[in-house]
Design a protein around this ligand. Sequence first.
Ligand code: GLA
Length: 393
Amino acid sequence: MKYGTPPRQKPTPLMNLISALAPASVTGADFQVSAPGRVNLIGEHTDYNQGWVLPIAIERGIQMHVRRRSDRLALLRSQSQKESVRVDLASPIHPGLIPWGRYAEGVLSEYLKLGWKIPGFEADITADLPAGGGLSSSAALEIATATAIEALCQRTLPAVDRALLCQRAEQEFAGVPCGIMDQFAITFARTDQALLLDCNSQQMTHVELNSASLAILVVNSGVKHALADGEYAKRRAECAAAASWLEVASLRDVSSSLWQTKGSSLPELLQSRVKHVVSENERTLRFVAALKNSDWEGAGRLMYASHESLAADYQVSCPELDTLVELARRIPGVYGCRMTGGGFGGCVVALIEKSQSEAAMEEFEQRYKKATSIAPALFLTRAAAGPEVSPLR
Ligand code: GLA
């Protein structure tokens, strides 16, 4: 997208919703930016192992109303957190004290490091994505910030470079050694299409997801996940250790013959981690084939298998996510269900028969509440488009 002549886009329903909620302080904004969250259909904890992932962007996200300033200060206000972040754009930037602010500070810092002169601006941030819900509110904020910076500077980075810049920002400023999935999922999202991303070659294939009979349901367990608390980094380190033991560049390169000859020499814990990654890569490619054949039941079975592998071998699930998946198996119209994102809380994603979606949502709500006393937030979504900029004057 070129920002020299800002596109005159029709606001999406998401924008309308958030605009309606936007507080009075945003009046006088020059433009608005929106960036969606994402949900990963399958291919979990494979991105940093150079494997395959299949995310979609969702119809919920983050929106910024941006107003230029005549000085070199960036003021970012979060409407939900009731906090502001103040950044001096004329000096090197360091991670601040407000956790969500670090994602934006990291992105600003990376553009400054590239030599960009970012003018001062104010941004009011609204979101209809739960923070810590595993729907990539962090990557949405990074991409929204990057998109706003490019609109302010009236120049753009190549999209892959922008996504990688945002990943670096998250790694360096938020301390999460994340892979490339979230930033690519949001940047390259297309309506009614999932993104098959080969995280090794960065080759992308969009996969049609536009069936009249299929719906995608996201159910939030209500348990907040935190990737910075060390478990995510631990899994990454275990995979790196297993790859070096097996003398491959990454777990992507573990062939079945290598696994048969050398697998059993690995310590047991690492064997389980490799088993998950290798099988999840296979499942992701089989899932794409199932979607192409409209084989929803086959796709659903792969989702359940993915969840089992993440829970038993990769150990990134939690009792509430397991409960949701177990409930799903007994709800009519659900083809498959699995935890999505980093894990340890957050959401599950389910493929369901569209004609039964309302009844299925009610069942999820009632049964989960009965089992855990937590009222789950849940919503249906289509695969949505990526970030957008709309001028406001
Ligand atoms: C988080 C990370 C991603 C990916 C997923 C797990 O969302 O940000 O890079 O590793 O966890 O698939």
